[in-house]
Design a protein around this ligand. Structure first.
Ligand SMILES: *Cc1c(COP(=O)(O)O)cnc(C)c1O
Length: 366
C-alpha cells in the first residue's frame, strides 16, 4: 500500500519523546495557557520570522480572528481565491464581510491580475492562500494592495515554512494564519491553529479576541470568542517543530522525483516559481481521465486525493457567485486535478510505484 498520508509512521518515529511529553503535560495539569503554550508560540513565531505568534483553536478560527483584528469596514468586500478550502471564504462571511472570488494562475496560486479586476471601492482586504504549499506572488499582490489601501491576510494553512524570496510565509502580509489540523505539514493530535504578525497592535487584538476579549483575568475589554491552542497540542507541536525542516526536505525530494520521472508522462505537472521554496503540502497534477487514473492507482494500492472536487463558487453555499466566475480557470480545472501521495513517509520504492502506476496506465491508453 502506498499511503496518501501516514501519521502513524510519523508518530512511531517520535514515539519516545512524544509519549514522555504528553504525560509531562498531563502531570503538570497546566492544560490551558501556561508554559507549554508560551514555549510553542515563541518557537513557532521565531520559525516564521514573525514578531508575534498567537495560538488559537484551529486554522479557520485563526482566519476569522485575524480578519476581526484588522477592524475592516462593516460589509466591505474581501477577495479570496476561488480555489481553496471553504474555511478561507467562511471566515469572511463570519465577520459580516462580503466574499469576492478571484481566479488562480496556472501555478494554482491567486492571480494578482484577477485580484485587480475584482477590486471595487468597497474592497478592504485580500486573502492570498499559499495553496498546496507554494507561496503566492506576494510582491505583486502587495503592489495591488498598496494602490488600493487593502490589508493582506496570508492563509498559510498549507505552507508552514514555505519561502518567498527567502522570507517565511506568515511574515509577509499584515497578518498570517496557520492550521495544525493533523494532516497539515505541521499537524497536532487534534485541532490547532496560530496567527502570526509583526504588528503589535494586531497581535494584541488577536490575543484578546481569541480569549473572550480579556486582558487581565476578568477584565473583558470587549466580547470575543473562546479559541485557544491547548497545552497538550502546543507540547505535541513543540516536539514536532524541530523536525519540520527535514520533513520539508523529504517532501521536496519526493516532488523532485515526481517532476523528473513524470516529465514525459501525458499529464500536466505542477508549476513551481523560481523565487519560492515550495513545501509541497500537496503534489497536484492535471489529467483529463482523472477518475480513471485514480481508480487505476487505487487498484495497485496507491492512494490519491482530490483537492478540491469543486471550486468554491461551484459549491451550493456560494451558488449566487457561480455565474460571475464560470470563465475562471479555477472553475474549469477542478474536474482534472489529482493529488499524488506526498509526505516524508514515502520511501524510494513507494515513489517509484507511483511513477510506474501513472506511466503504465498512460501507455495502456495509446
Ligand atoms: C486546512 C485549511 C484551513 C482550515 O484549517 P482548520 O484548522 O481545519 O480549521 C484554512 N485554509 C486552508 C487553505 C486550509 O487548507
Amino acid at each position: 500500500m502506498v499511503k496518501f498520508l501516514d501519521l502513524h509512521k510519523q508518530y512511531l518515529s517520535l514515539k519516545e519523546e512524544m509519549d514522555a511529553k504528553i504525560f509531562e503535560v498531563i502531570r503538570s495539569t497546566s492544560f490551558i495557557g501556561g508554559e507549554y503554550v508560551n514555549a510553542f508560540e515563541e518557537a513557532f513565531g521565531s520559525y516564521c520570522e514573525a514578531g508575534f505568534c498567537i495560538g488559537v483553536g484551529n486554522g479557520t478560527d485563526a482566519l476569522q480572528i485575524a480578519l476581526w483584528a484588522l477592524d475592516l469596514p462593516k460589509g466591505s468586500e474581501v477577495i479570496v481565491p476561488a480555489n481553496s478550502f471553504i474555511a478561507t471564504s467562511e471566515a469572511v462571511t463570519l465577520n459580516g464581510l462580503k466574499v469576492v472570488f478571484a481566479d488562480c494562475d496556472a501555478d494554482y496560486t491567486l492571480s494578482p491580475k484577477s485580484v485587480k479586476e475584482m477590486i471595487t471601492p468597497d474592497t478592504s482586504a485580500i486573502i492570498p492562500v499559499h495553496l498546496y504549499g507554494q507561496p503566492c506572488d506576494i510582491d505583486a499582490l502587495k503592489k495591488v494592495a498598496q494602490e488600493h489601501s487593502l490589508k493582506i491576510i496570508e492563509d498559510c494553512a498549507q505552507a508552514h515554512g514555505a519561502l518567498y524570496k527567502g522570507k517565511k510565509v506568515g511574515s509577509l502580509g499584515d497578518v498570517g494564519t496557520f492550521s495544525f489540523y493533523p494532516g497539515k505539514n505541521l499537524g497536532a493530535y487534534g485541532d490547532g491553529g496560530a496567527i502570526t504578525t509583526n504588528d503589535e497592535k494586531i497581535a494584541q487584538r488577536c490575543r484578546m479576541y481569541a480569549n473572550h476579549g480579556r486582558s487581565e483575568k476578568y477584565d473583558h475589554r470587549f466580547e470575543g470568542v473562546n479559541s485557544r491552542l491547548d497545552a497538550l497540542q502546543a507540547a505535541i507541536l513543540s516536539v514536532k517543530l524541530p523536525h519540520l525542516e527535514s520533513w520539508i526536505d523529504a517532501r521536496r525530494g519526493v516532488a523532485e522525483y515526481y517532476l523528473q520521472r513524470l516529465d514525459k508522462a501525458d499529464i500536466t505537472l505542477p508549476k513551481v516559481r523560481k523565487e519560492v521554496r515550495h513545501v509541497w503540502h500537496l503534489f497536484v497534477i492535471q489529467t483529463h481521465d482523472r477518475d480513471r487514473l485514480k481508480e487505476h492507482l487505487l487498484a495497485q494500492g496507491i492512494q490519491t486525493g482530490v483537492h478540491y472536487p469543486l471550486a468554491l463558487p461551484k459549491l451550493h453555499a456560494y451558488r449566487h457567485h457561480e455565474k460571475s466566475t464560470t470563465h475562471f480557470r479555477a472553475s474549469s480545472i477542478d474536474s482534472i486535478l489529482l493529488s499524488l501521495p506526498m509526505g516524508e513517509h514515502l520511501g524510494y520504492e513507494e515513489r517509484e510505484r507511483v511513477v510506474e502506476g501513472i506511466c503504465d496506465m498512460k501507455k495502456g491508453m495509446n
